[in-house]
Design a binder for this molecule. Structure first.
Ligand SMILES: [Zn+2]
Length: 384
């Protein structure tokens, strides 16, 4: 059984199509109005287009300390996925709730909102802040505006919980990510005259092989953190396009690669190695044929790793409230690394639903997870 108030809120949130490339304002306005009913003021932080916004709201005193409950409002696209039901309509079936964002991560937001009356009733001595972002799914882009605001307020929250789907387990670490697109510009000519041209695909493949070599070195030499399923930093190329037809030496090849780093590793040092290899080795060779050729890098995503000690009081307290003494580190990134590293707020990730269902067709969350999260939030509020 799921509480009616929670179910109604989840239905409403899932009903807003907040795919990252679309506006999230209808959802944000809904939350603003909802909080207004309880006399809670929201601050909206818009993006440049004014089509998207973060929402920040404080319940309780305007003082330092307290906690931040945080989540992103955007979801990944449903295009090219085969869904059995309308992804933007919450469907309850076999003790599960189906819909885009049920796991990742509108259920957490809905459940936090369902507890607002309870929080308001309790005369808080320390604040509870709500922080809801946009554009997380395209690389933790939107949350920076939210962090600017929190830093400006100098409210120094004691800690933050990011409610990404962890099956309600405590996540104390995740890797950072730096992703780049690379443009290799060569010189076209008839393939029969190949030595007079600069083959962009060949040079791209040399650079990709070098990235893979760095990846191998990381897997052999580390550093390692055995709490992770993949215990070392990884480098990976995931997208490539180039060439027009076989009998032309291609003048353009573009690809994308990423570094997913442990906190002990400096991702920019690895990126510098790659850039140095391009400039000191490859571009030199390319320029022997034509100085108009080149290789350029464009940063696409950049967020830091999260690493919280399991020994600090916050982690112990959350485990106690959950009644679960375990913790883990995960391979996917979240905004938690930014809360911790940019704004210096101790942060863990803990939320309902499984990452296994996130981003997939027929995304769902089990009602058992909903109820576990509800109970956790009640315990958290009671202990606050
Ligand atoms: Zn997410």
């Amino acid at each position: 059984m799921i509480e009616k108030k929670s179910l109604d809120l989840l239905k409403t949130l899932i009903g807003f199509d907040t795919t990252s490339f679309k506006s999230n304002l209808n959802l944000i306005k809904f939350i603003e109005n909802y909080l207004n009913q309880y006399k809670i003021k929201s601050e909206l932080i818009y993006d440049e287009t004014k089509n998207k916004a973060n929402l920040f709201a404080t319940i309780g005193p305007n003082s330092s300390g307290g906690i931040v409950l945080s989540g992103h409002t955007d979801v990944v696209p449903v295009a090219n996925q085969k869904w059995d039901t309308d992804p933007f309509q919450l469907i309850e079936k076999d003790q599960k709730l189906y819909g885009r964002g049920t796991s990742d991560m509108k259920s957490f937001i809905g459940l936090v909102l369902s507890r607002v009356p309870k929080i308001v009733e309790k005369k808080l001595s320390k604040p509870i802040h709500l922080a809801f972002s946009y554009d997380e799914e395209i690389g933790c882009v939107g949350v920076h505006g939210l962090l600017d605001l929190i830093e400006k307020k100098s409210i120094k929250p004691e800690f933050c919980i990011v409610g990404e789907p962890t099956s309600m387990e405590v996540v104390i670490g995740h890797k950072g990510k730096h992703a780049y697109s690379v443009k290799v510009e060569g010189l076209a000519c008839h393939s029969g005259q190949a030595p007079f041209g600069v083959n962009a695909i060949n040079y791209a493949s040399k650079l990709i092989a070098y990235i893979d070599q760095l990846n191998k070195e990381k897997s052999i030499n580390g550093p390692f953190d055995n709490d992770y399923e993949v215990p070392h930093t990884t480098l990976h190329t995931g997208l490539i396009k180039g060439g027009a037809i076989l009998n032309i030496v291609p003048d353009l090849c573009e690809f994308e690669f990423e570094v997913r780093n442990l906190i002990k590793d400096d991702p920019l040092q690895l990126v510098k190695k790659i850039e140095d290899y391009a400039s000191q080795k490859l571009i030199k060779d390319m320029h022997k044929v034509s100085s108009k050729t080149g290789i350029s890098f464009n940063e696409k995503v950049n967020y830091p790793a999260l690493d919280m000690s399991e020994d600090i009081d916050l982690v112990k307290k959350i485990k106690e409230l959950l009644g679960n003494n375990k913790h883990k580190k995960v391979v996917y990134g979240t905004e938690a690394g930014l809360f911790k590293n940019r704004s210096n707020i101790p942060t863990i990730v803990c939320g309902p639903g499984s990452i296994d269902q996130a981003h997939k067709p027929n995304e769902f969350i089990s009602i058992e997870q909903i109820n576990r999260c509800s109970k956790f939030l009640d315990n958290l509020i009671d202990s606050h």
